[in-house]
Design a protein around this ligand. Sequence first.
Ligand code: FRU
Length: 449
Amino acid sequence: MNKPIYHITPEKGWMNDPNGLVEYNGVYHVFYQADPEHLINENIGWGHKISSDLLHWEECQPALLPDQSYDRDGCFTGSAVIKDDKMYLLYTGHVNQESGYIETQNLAVSKDGIHFEKYDGNPVIKNPPADTTMRFRDPKIWEKNGNYYAVIGGETEDKCGKVVYYRSRDLQEYTYCGVFADSDGSIGNMWECPNFVQIGNTDVLIISPKGLEKENGFSASFESGYMTGKMNYEEGMFSHASYKKLDHGFDFYAPQSFEDERGRRILIGWMGIPDADYTNPTEEAGWQHALTIPRKLSVRDGKLIQEPIEELKQLRSNDKAVCTFSYGQALIMQNSIYEAVIDFKRCREMTMTLREGITLSYKDNILTLNLGVYGSGRTTRKVKLEKLEHLHIFADTSSLEIFVNHGEEVFTTRIYNRHGRILINGECSGIMTVYPLKSFEIEGGRNEE
Ligand code: FRU
């Protein structure tokens, strides 16, 4: 029920953050926070899926289970790096205490990318640095000039989000390097899941702040965002621009990125949010949450741009529909699992129905997603937009991913209405192409309609 046909979902139980994204000997690996036995994250380990094309995913045995004294209450989020042809995972071990918890950073290694052994010398980072509370997690590791660096999310004693970083030569011993980026408390009390990425000449720090205050203009208490800048490794300084939001939908958090062997920077996010204040209708069917489609990252005019990867074109079935629309004209189609590309010649005002009762509208330079009665209580999200020029939409059984102006803004959200209806209306003209999408999971492809 509601199971997406081309997104990564858990076979059963709970899924949250993508972890350890990496391409290893031509195989893509996606690990994820998994609790197959529960519909909440009670006993978290790392689930694991592999793919040769980022489209067909094969389930592997769990990579990490919470079975050691230092990770017994959860193998929390972490990342992967390849060294001497072996795959290393650096992750957070979570241990509950009578009051609070302890979080340490730990290492596991694999020679085949499937079987992992935890390192005897764990934890490799035992204590949070000065002025960091017990909230100290989600290491993201990368290599630079023969050194390994890891950014880790944290919280200051004054409850301000920050990211600290470490250096290692061998992945086993780590030297604390200092604060990578921090805040005055206006961007949440803790920054989870940091990702440091280099895209061309621009360095980008992606974070997932929690504890945001709605009065400060945030629409929820959790979101993901980024800062573009430049890292000076000699001086240990990341100078950066101000924080920008990464997604405007209801269900996007804890994204992680990696560089594949073709040199693309690919991002996958959790299509969920920790404080989703609604009952996900999929619970009835024994599973919760999904990951986003893989997105290619680039930087344009100081903004981080997300665009669907090329490979997704292989999901298109042959019966595409192309329609030209002009002022006052509408267009109706009944597909519900589709990719739509809309190229506006001009757009002053428009309302697009994405599925029965779910709309995206543009008026007075505001783009609004309205889930109507199909968001299980969640209704509208907005973004300010000077011009609406292009939309690229991926609809799966119970999700929508809307890429605006070639990835300049994105809305990612779960939706719970299966009735197909695509309609565009208003003071706008252009061309719309709709491709019904198929799944590779069932031979010959499957459309749900
Ligand atoms: C983000 C997060 C991480 C943590 C993981 C636990 O969603 O809270 O900070 O490592 O989930 O599942």
